[in-house]
Design a protein around this ligand. Structure first.
Ligand SMILES: C[S@@+](CC[C@H](N)C(=O)[O-])C[C@H]1O[C@@H](n2cnc3c(N)ncnc32)[C@H](O)[C@@H]1O
Length: 217
């Protein structure tokens, strides 16, 4: 498949010709997702809470959702996961990704085959819904404990890293809730702060110096 990339840790990623961007860090898709979304975002929250609601910007390959599902089943916490995606990966493409084997959790294809806009009980611990929409057009109805903010780079999609878009997200993040993202650019930090988050810089995966964790005030 033309779009398939093998990253430095051996895990696959995809390339988007539409945005001229890859879906993950070339230094390691799995390493990046585990470091930012699971270790920095999810694991500290499940120390204190048994039930977590997650909103993901950009379902894409489904890697973050698969990792969250595995975490829920292994740790015995209950996760309700909602992901928005405007340009879905086909199930045929998803079937080529090597995540089930590397993550140690079969289920990537099932995530891709779930119908859109419906809540799917995938295990006793994990329910999952993906919404086919642009984030800008989406009317968010619930409030979330944790946001996986995984849009393409601010240079490719500046409209998704504005104060306005983060204010929309902040309005649906619970007080004390957390947003994690790979971009630590100045414009992202300033937009998050202006939207009502306290922004922390954390060490990134591999050679990436910083990533962001933002706490809703
Ligand atoms: C950096 S990729 C990451 C995706 C995913 N989290 C993963 O691990 O593969 C960004 C994703 O956002 C999606 N996307 C781009 N613009 C969007 C928009 N306006 N609204 C919703 N999704 C969008 C892309 O199609 C892509 O799947």
């Amino acid at each position: 498949m033309e779009r398939l990339i093998i990253t430095e840790d051996g895990s696959h990623s995809l390339f988007s010709p539409l945005f001229n961007q890859q879906y993950h860090s070339l230094q390691g898709a799995l390493t990046e997702s585990l470091h930012i979304y699971i270790q920095l975002g999810l694991l500290p929250l499940i120390e204190d809470q048994n039930e977590i609601s997650i909103f993901e910007m950009g379902f894409g390959s489904g890697l973050n959702a698969l990792l969250a599902w595995k975490t829920a089943d292994e740790r015995g916490c209950r996760i309700s996961y909602t992901s928005v995606e405007a340009y879905p990966v086909s199930a045929d493409e998803a079937a080529l990704l090597n995540y089930d084997a590397l993550v140690g959790k079969p289920g990537l294809l099932l995530l891709h085959q779930c119908p859109w806009n419906v809540r799917n009980e995938l295990s006793a611990q994990f329910n999952f819904s993906k919404v086919l929409a642009r984030l800008q057009d989406l009317e968010i109805t619930d409030s979330y404990d944790l946001i996986f903010y995984d849009a393409f780079d601010p240079r490719a999609q500046p409209e998704l890293w504005t104060e306005e878009i983060f204010a929309k997200i902040a309005a649906h993040t619970k007080p004390g809730g957390v947003l994690v993202t790979y971009s630590s650019k100045g414009i992202v930090k300033r937009a998050l702060a202006a939207a009502g988050f306290r922004v922390e810089r954390h060490r990134g995966p591999g050679r990436k110096v910083h990533v962001l964790k933002a706490i809703k005030l």
